[in-house]
Design a protein. Structure first.
Length: 387
């Protein structure tokens, strides 16, 4: 969800009157873009004396559900770190078992590992060293990391693409099919716990387009899951800079709306049956319709270890598509485990050839896309636990 669902006629009338009163200052305001919120993407290029901080400046750029950035980092001794979850940043409605949150941590760990390789360091990962809550995460650490010097270790070939990685939530170019050699290269993201696969025919892709579109509508039409997204909307550059997480709404239209107050935008968006919600659903149907291929990652189980491994594989998939010049857009709605989504959850498993005992961990659109902007991030310092 990239744009707010609002009664635009009423809001635009209100914005027009407000801008007339505010004059030139308002005209400047609607052209603003976030500043602080995007700085972490540039700061990842700064070499730190402590290689752990260097790795984590890259790791905080990891994709994660609703951009909640739930990681907390505690440095230990000279060569270790403990990663835990900020429990207030989970998504209990769309992710009731914290499966997607753990996948996000897998992305974080893999990015740290790739970045550390540039300094000749290998990261040894002790996942859930004190055990894992199977229903929900708790205060116990998600992982303990040890940074180990390994003479002769080459930098991971994907390291140079970290700051270029994006989630391409845009239409893809149907005139440019994904080459077979690119699909073959993506097979390398499989592991002992995770299997990569993709839609193999036009009919398979069309069926997945229909399923993904219906799942998106289901999430938008379900009051409690819509509310979860509305609660983390950040409207306009000022609010995005102050809270660089969640779902950011930027650009001249949203800067104009922010003059009225972000809370009014959120309130106007919280109606599953409104005409604006319908327009938002239609917009995403058009995006999904322009999908030449779907790819997915199937876990050979659904333990926390499988979920963490899925995140590590997905991160490599995202970097590899970046290197190949392809766009990747995660579409997780049908994979969510709340009751209203159950029929589509089953349909996604069938379409993606998931066997008994396996779990569909990630589903994404794949194709060629126009460049997209990076998403906001909290700076590393906000994620370090000093005590």
């Amino acid at each position: 969800m990239e744009e707010v669902m609002v009664n635009r006629r009423n809001l635009i009338l209100g914005v027009g009157g407000t801008l007339a009163l505010m004059g030139a200052g308002a005209a400047w305001r609607v052209t603003r873009v976030p500043q602080k919120a995007l700085q972490p993407w540039a700061q990842a290029g700064v070499t730190e004396l402590d290689p752990r901080l260097d790795a984590f400046r890259h790791a905080i750029l990891a994709p994660n559900p609703h951009n909640m950035q739930p990681w907390q980092i505690r440095l230990m001794g000279d060569d270790q770190a403990e990663i835990s979850c900020d429990l207030a940043r989970r998504l209990p409605h769309t992710d009731p078992f914290d499966r997607q949150i753990v996948i996000g941590f897998g992305c974080f760990v893999e990015l740290a590992s790739i970045a550390a390789s540039r300094r000749g360091l290998k990261i040894e990962v002790d996942a859930f060293p004190e055990g894992a809550g199977e229903e929900r995460l708790d205060a116990r650490p998600v992982a303990r990391l040890r940074f180990v010097a390994e003479p002769g270790l080459a930098a991971d070939p994907l390291a140079g693409f970290i700051r270029d990685r994006r989630s391409a939530k845009v239409p893809f170019d149907l005139a440019r099919p994904v080459p077979p050699e690119s699909l073959a290269a993506l097979q390398t993201t499989s592991s002992d716990l995770i299997r990569f696969d993709y839609s193999r025919s036009h009919n398979e892709t069309e069926a997945l387009i229909s399923m993904a579109s219906t799942a998106f509508e289901r999430e938008m039409r379900t009051p409690h899951t819509l509310r979860e997204s509305i609660d983390v909307l950040r409207v306009g550059a000022s609010e995005i800079d102050a809270n660089p997480d969640g779902i950011s709404l930027r650009g001249p239209f949203f800067e104009a709306l922010s003059v009225l107050g972000p809370d009014k935008v959120r309130d106007a968006s919280n109606d599953p049956q409104s005409a604006e919600t319908t327009r938002q659903i239609d917009r995403y149907r058009q995006i999904f319709a322009q999908t030449p291929r779907f790819v997915w990652l199937t876990g050979l189980g659904n333990s926390r270890a499988h979920q963490l491994a899925a995140g590590r594989s997905y991160l490599r998939l995202n970097l590899l598509t970046t290197r190949l010049g392809l766009g990747l857009h995660p579409v997780s709605q049908a994979l969510q485990e709340y009751p209203e989504m159950a029929p589509l959850f089953a349909e996604a498993r069938r379409l993606c050839r998931v066997e008994t005992g396996e779990t569909l961990q990630m589903l994404a659109r794949l194709g060629y896309a126009a460049p997209v902007a990076p998403t906001p991030r909290w700076p590393l310092e906000a994620k370090l636990i000093r005590a």
